[in-house]
Write a protein that binds this ligand. Structure first.
Ligand code: SF4
Ligand code: FES
Length: 215
């Protein structure tokens, strides 16, 4: 089938998402809860695009292409929504994300340099009980990528999302920590985490040695 992306005709297979079509044709759209190694989840609303005839922007990672669809990656409303989501996420973190993180890259991509909101901020809450992985809960943005990596990539089912809204976070086991959970130390969670909330302990220690902080 054929879709139009920013005015250019693109051939796609049935079942292709808008995000796959855009990136597959060399275009770009920001995303945060998406990881191509896993099924799309549609949790963050950062990958918004405009679609001709739709009542508002649509999440490109979970929306499938339809014949003749006209997609805009520069739709002003879509970019405004995506930027506002990232601003809100940043406003809840106790510190700016490390420059090397995916969250920092997405903020840059959407030109989000500061946040207008000064609401509640997550308090420091580190779990350092695992021999190889550090979990800094205060940096978790509840994107769910680690949970899906654990389930879909590794099949270990060690992680779950807990709470809702601002209180939402990720727990290992029955909140007994990684060390007591069914974690097999594969590191898939740390590999996909866009904020370094879960990070290999060795890398965190190296960063602290180098900079005096985990950034
Ligand atoms: S720990 Fe990282 S990957 Fe897991 S939900 Fe939080 S931010 Fe997302
Ligand atoms: S990347 Fe599409 S909703 Fe999060």
């Amino acid at each position: 089938m054929q879709v139009m992306i920013d005015g250019n005709a693109v051939e796609v297979e049935p079942g292709t998402t808008l995000l796959e079509a855009i990136r597959g044709s060399g275009g770009e759209v920001a995303s945060l809860c998406y990881d191509e190694r896993m099924d799309p989840f549609g949790a963050c609303r950062v990958c918004m695009v405009g679609v001709e005839g739709a009542p508002g922007p649509l999440p490109s990672c979970t929306t499938l292409c339809r014949e003749g669809m006209e997609i805009s990656t520069t739709d002003e409303t879509a970019l405004r929504v995506a930027g506002a989501v990232v601003e809100l996420v940043l406003s809840e973190l106790p510190e700016a994300p490390g420059e090397h993180t995916e969250l920092a890259a997405v903020a840059k991509q959407l030109n989000v340099t500061k946040t207008r909101w000064t609401g509640a901020v997550h308090e420091k809450d580190e779990d350092l009980r695992h021999p190889y992985l550090a979990f800094r809960h205060e940096l978790c943005i509840s994107c769910g990528r680690c949970v899906r990596a654990c389930d879909e990539v590794q099949g270990a089912f060690a992680l779950t999302v807990t709470g809702r809204g601002f209180s939402s976070n990720v727990a290992a086991g029955v909140d007994s920590g990684f060390a007591e959970s069914s974690c097999v130390s594969c590191g898939a969670c740390a590999d996909t985490c866009p904020t370094d909330a879960i990070v290999e302990l060795r890398l965190l220690e190296l960063a602290i040695e180098r900079n005096g902080s985990g950034e």
